[in-house]
Design a protein around this ligand. Sequence first.
Ligand SMILES: *Cc1c(COP(=O)(O)O)cnc(C)c1O
Length: 427
Amino acid sequence: MEYEPTLGFAKAQDQADPIGSYRDHFHFPQLNTPEMAYFSGHSLGLQPRSVRASVEVELEEWAKYGVEGHFHSTHPWYSYHELLTPPMARIVGARESEVVCMNSLTTNIHLLFVSFYRPTASRYKIISEARMFPSDRYLLETQAAFHGFDPDDAIIEVGPPEGEWLIRHEDILAAIEQNADELAMVFLGGVNYFTGQLFDMKALTQAAHQVGAVAGYDLAHAAGNVPLALHDWDVDFAAWCSYKYLNSGPGNAGAIFVHERHGEDFDLPRFGGWWGHDKDTRFQMKSGFQPMPGAEGWQLSNVPVLGMSAMKASLAVFDAVGMPALREKSERLTGYLEYTIDGLAGEFPDARISLITPRDPARRGSQISINIAGRERRLFDDMIARGVIADFREPCIIRIAPVPLYNSFEDVFTFGRVMRDLLRNSP
Ligand SMILES: *Cc1c(COP(=O)(O)O)cnc(C)c1O
């Protein structure tokens, strides 16, 4: 696609954008800054305007029905999570029996590790990526230690070659081969939070299976961002949160995927709670845990309805737009950001701006991370003060997410204009 560095070009793109009107379905922050361009959908998605009414329904029903709302409200709370399953399954390319919304992300991965990380004395290693999100790293360390292994021995981090940022696919495959006999699991972030690199989950899952290991993914930065086909890729398990690209609100419930192949394996060890217990006998309150078939059999607790009512509204937006249309715009919009950054890098060679995210659209979602060695933090703080909201990570990385649901080409143009001002005026 041909881009131009002008406001006229950006506006024309927005006018021709088939899903451009969805921008009006969101609240944009009012921060009293000169501009407003929000690029932090990778950390906290904006609030869909429809969320408030959806939450209010449940507040009213709670006031009206009290405990009777579990069965007699408009969307009975007893089975409220079931409303979220079909749209969530569509987002990640799963069958409905393979997905359930519950708990929060790190909690869910620990629960899934109970079932899928069952190391033996000889097969106990986990391959993961360097620069994992810290919560995942702590999770791996404590899981390894919990099973009596030295984390430094059990966790194999595949990193980029010296002096580079991106991990080579063939290096992960090589690590799988080298550790074939000792490998218990491949566990990666589907999209790395730091670099925005999208991994080839289909090929990695296949490679893990070939050596007798399982493959699991943290999709916090992938769900609602890139096309996923978890069922067809034969992924064993996955988990993700709903508050980043899925716009369900701060700290809201997450979701899990358990492949159909495992969903009715009742011999898998798991931690039980009443909400994972067979529905027909749940309220008999007897001993003897009998898990439900499918992902629902990993649930523990009854449903946090207020949060899930926000999620219900946010997922409805995804159903209205559909992942193919989102992806199509995402590639164009992210491409425009890349083009804009390349323009700045050319115009201000002394600023040493470089892109660390893959340039191949097939290897990234809607995030571009840039390295601004030297003047990073101040430039970033100045950006925020001007109203361009992105994210800073040590040592010198700015992560910018142009989210196709609510960001426009004009937002990207604004980013370029503000950066140009700042670079011109900073020593
Ligand atoms: C955002 C994120 C988390 C956050 O975990 P919570 O349990 O929801 O606090 C974990 N892992 C990754 C990869 C993330 O991007």
